[in-house]
Ligand binder design. Structure first.
Ligand code: HEM
Ligand SMILES: *[C@@H]1O[C@H](CO)[C@@H](O)[C@H](O)[C@H]1NC(C)=O
Ligand SMILES: CC(=O)N[C@H]1CO[C@H](CO)[C@@H](O)[C@@H]1O
Length: 521
């Protein structure tokens, strides 16, 4: 006994342990009960009440994914958490049902609190954001509804989408030609961290095309690091208590960026920003946002425009350089698209539309990279008790999440090679002709909150990745590291930091197109 350290074992302690075990059992029983016979199956955690929250905090995306994949016969299940329930949807037709139910299932009631935590909005601004969240037709509209309509309108197919896509690609091309110039002189090109290389090009390029060249990033290049510190600590900011202690790096990074955006606004540089940002600022001013809050909102849009473009381009490029035959096929598609653009529009021109038409394999690589990399949980608050698909009762006040990570890893949808990177699956008849449910591909979310930037992002990433593989060779990137899914997925997953691929980048002869390229829609 002494060896086991039970010297002080006492009847009182035994009773206490027995009591705790009984209490745990009782709590498990209570928390495991359905609130209504039609509520989705309740999945219990080993530790009552807080077990699921703990699991998500410790294992991130992987926790829900494991639960979902180990219960393949439950298209939706209930996770009891303190004071509430989380319903998790893991099947496309139910995901579509959630998306259709716009009256009682809504993301917007969650926005004020999320933005308060992540961006540090003050109480007065949060109050403005909270008003008229989901106006019915004929009702007074609120801030979020106005922003939503403006953003979805401008970024939908049309002339602004085309001009923004051209500006972005033109700018990224300029960044690439600078990178090429700096590599050209080297006899022995250095080994670089591919993710860091792409991060730099995207963050500088995006700041330029969105905010004009007198933007915070060109004025203070050290803010690049602040940006990624903010990005990597968003999970900590979402906790919502003592951000400067819980997520000090993210907090300091965010505040440095906000100060710089405030300076940018006060200097009047917004004049040279792109239309969508001017419109956002105008709406924010109309609703009474102060300038510091407008600076915080600038950071939010900048964030949306940078993070997924960076990570997705990184995976696309890495995948291409890891597979010689895939790279050959895609390079041929790009050459054809460039030749055709020149025939149609003149020497030195690249048409984004032609690139999209002529590069089906590249587009498939992009979609397949998003299938594998995106595990976000689309969240909606249940505003009224809701019977989903005439079968599952969702209780008011809880949240329902669509688990992209589970749906994207489901063998019954994608086939037995679901864990393989196989862009062919997006080229075959099955994927394009309705063999796969339209709500199964969740890279851009779905329903009312579907990413407004999806057309733009597709144009931008396709052109940017095309220019990279056309103009550069890369060696050393043969191994594709696994994604790090132990984080809260606020964007497309990255590899673990120790696995960031190191590559040697060399300009090809074809890199000459970067100089003087004219990008057209
Ligand atoms: C590969 C690139 C991108 C991916 C994978 C992506 C994906 C997403 C997803 C999944 C959502 C949430 C949808 C939901 O919850 O149902 C979202 C929201 C959003 N995205 Fe993107 N996005 C990308 C690029 C962009 C770009 C380039 C922009 C802007 C220029 C942008 C602007 C936004 C905005 C403003 C929202 C919030 C919409 C709202 O809540 O009303 N995204 N994005
Ligand atoms: C980025 O993409 C992920 C995965 O598709 C998504 O969950 C997330 O909301 C996106 N973030 C932004 C800021 O667009
Ligand atoms: C769990 C999680 O990170 N969900 C995020 C998915 O994407 C939306 C829109 O960008 C975020 O608001 C959620 O927080």
């Amino acid at each position: 006994m002494a060896v086991l350290g039970f010297d002080n074992w006492s009847p009182g302690l035994t009773a206490a342990v027995l009591g705790l075990v009984t209490l745990a059992g009782a709590l498990r029983y209570v928390s495991g009960r359905k609130l209504h016979p039609n509520e989705p199956t309740v999945l219990l955690s080993w530790i009552p009440f807080v077990g699921h929250l703990l699991g998500m905090a410790l294992h991130g995306a992987r926790y829900i994914k494991r639960l979902g994949l180990s219960h393949p016969n439950e298209p939706i299940f209930t996770l009891p958490v303190p004071g509430s329930r989380i319903y998790v949807v893991t099947e496309p037709s139910l995901a579509a049902a959630v998306q259709r139910n716009v009256k009682t299932l809504s993301f917007t009631p969650l926005v004020p609190d999320i933005t308060r935590r992540v961006l540090g909005l003050d109480d007065e601004t949060v109050k403005i954001v909270r008003q008229n969240l989901d106006p019915e037709p004929g009702e007074a509209r609120g801030f979020l509804a106005d922003i939503h309509d403006m953003v979805y309108g401008l970024l939908g197919p049309g002339p602004y989408l085309n001009s923004l896509s051209c500006q972005a690609t033109q700018e990224l091309c300029l960044q690439l030609s600078r990178a090429e110039a700096s590599l050209r002189g080297d006899d022995l090109p250095p080994t670089v961290d591919l993710l860091a290389w792409i991060r730099h090009l995207v963050i500088v390029g995006t700041a330029n095309y969105l905010f004009g060249i007198q933007n915070p990033i060109t004025e203070q290049p050290e803010l690049e690091d602040a940006f990624w510190a903010f990005d990597h600590g968003i999970g900590g900011l979402l906790v919502g208590v003592l951000p400067s202690v819980v997520a000090p790096g993210a907090y300091r990074g965010r505040e440095a960026l906000v100060a710089a955006f405030l300076k940018y606004l006060e200097a009047g540089h917004m004049q040279s920003a792109t239309q969508i940002l001017k419109d956002r600022v105008r709406i924010e001013e109309e609703y009474g946002f102060g300038s510091e809050m407008i600076a915080r909102s600038c950071l939010s849009f900048f964030f949306a425009a940078v993070v997924n473009t960076t990570t997705t381009t990184f995976w696309v490029v890495l995948r291409l350089f890891a597979d010689a035959s895939l790279l050959n096929t895609v390079r041929q598609e790009i050459r054809d698209a460039m030749e055709m653009s020149e025939e149609q529009m003149g020497p030195g021109c690249l048409s984004i539309g032609t690139l999209k038409d002529k590069c089906p394999t590249l587009l498939a690589v992009l979609r397949e990279s998003l299938r594998i990399g995106s595990e976000n949980l689309s969240v909606r608050l249940i505003k009224e008790d809701t019977l989903l698909a005439e079968r599952y009762l969702l209780k008011k006040g809880s949240v329902v999440q669509i688990a992209a990570g589970v749906i994207h890893a489901d063998k019954s949808i994608w086939g037995n090679d679901v864990d393989e990177f196989n862009p062919q699956r997006f080229l075959t008849h099955k994927a394009s002709s309705g063999g796969i449910h339209p709500a199964a591909f969740r890279g851009f979310g779905g329903g009312k909150t579907m990413c407004p930037g999806r057309h733009f992002a597709t144009n931008e990433i396709l052109s940017f990745a095309a220019l990279i593989v056309h103009a550069f060779d890369m060696s050393g990137g043969g191994r594709v590291p696994p994604k790090n899914d132990r984080v809260m997925p606020v964007h497309v997953l990255e590899p673990k930091s120790r696995d960031y691929p190191k590559v040697v980048i060399r300009p090809r002869e074809e890199a000459s197109v970067l100089r003087g390229l004219k990008v057209e829609a």
